[in-house]
Unconditional design. Structure first.
Length: 262
């Protein structure tokens, strides 16, 4: 990608964050203790915590397999959700001088059907690592917008017009192209959502994950797609419509966690 394109992407991300009318990423209706620790950055949706380590212990650094040039790391860890955190991290690397070191998806969702997440940024300067975590935490309010759930399961839909390095690392998405993610739990609903999506628009399937293939044995099906921006959006919207109807048949109406953005 040329310099002008990279600058435009960074500008778009920063402007969206600065223009947000939402409260900061530490805001919540509940009352939490705010640690005075230098490692603590903040909290956000999905029981997500953001942390930073200015200088990782040398022995731990080696065991973690981190490139020696990255002495500082930023950490995003969530109990509920993987897609929202990955998409938020994707925006963070667009806006900062950081690299995604690892993305891991533990079986979690606080006992539910899906994953939690652990994402680590690497940087040469601690200020970059902290800024990446701050961006990701604030972005989570947006990326949880098309996450729906009830007692029976959950649905998740994610979209970006320009995939960056977090999405590339997690799903093999082509950098700079439109990307979409569809998650349906229980897995049976995910299968139907996936089929609906690829029938609705001409998109490329990047990955298909099921309980025994590509997940931490979670009860969900995950489809990652790429292609023309309009086609990816149409595929996601079609999958969302049928997914919400099917999940609603199993319980209460599945409502958005925050505000839908697709």
């Amino acid at each position: 990608m040329d310099d002008k394109f990279i600058q435009k992407v960074v500008s778009d991300v920063v402007n969206r964050l600065d223009d947000s009318t939402k409260d900061g990423f530490n805001s919540n209706s509940k009352k939490f203790i705010t640690p005075s620790l230098t490692e603590f950055v903040g909290i956000s949706e999905g029981d997500t915590i953001g942390l930073v380590i200015a200088s990782v212990d040398e022995a731990l650094h080696e065991k973690m397999g981190i490139d020696k040039k990255y002495r500082s790391i930023g950490i995003i860890g969530g109990r509920t959700g993987a897609g929202p955190q990955i998409m938020a991290a994707d925006e963070a690397v667009k806006a900062t001088n950081t690299e995604i070191i690892t993305i891991e998806l533990p079986r979690d969702t606080k006992g539910g059907a899906g994953h939690g997440s652990l994402i680590i940024f690497g940087s040469e300067d601690v200020s970059d690592a902290r800024r990446a975590v701050e961006v990701a935490l604030k972005e989570l309010h947006r990326t949880f917008g098309d996450v729906y759930g009830n007692d029976a399961g959950h649905l998740e839909f994610q979209y970006t017009a320009r995939a960056s390095f977090a999405v590339e690392k997690a799903f093999g998405a082509p950098v700079g192209r439109a990307f979409g993610l569809i998650v349906g739990a229980p897995a049976a609903i995910g299968v139907v959502c996936s089929d609906t999506a690829v029938k609705a628009a001409e998109v490329d399937i990047l990955a298909y994950s099921s309980p025994a293939k590509g997940t931490s044995f979670t009860n969900e099906v995950i489809l990652a797609i790429s292609g023309d921006s309009g086609a990816v959006r149409q595929a996601l919207i079609s999958a969302r419509e049928i997914g919400k109807e099917l999940l609603w048949a199993m319980g209460d109406e599945p409502l958005s966690t925050t505000t839908p953005y697709i």
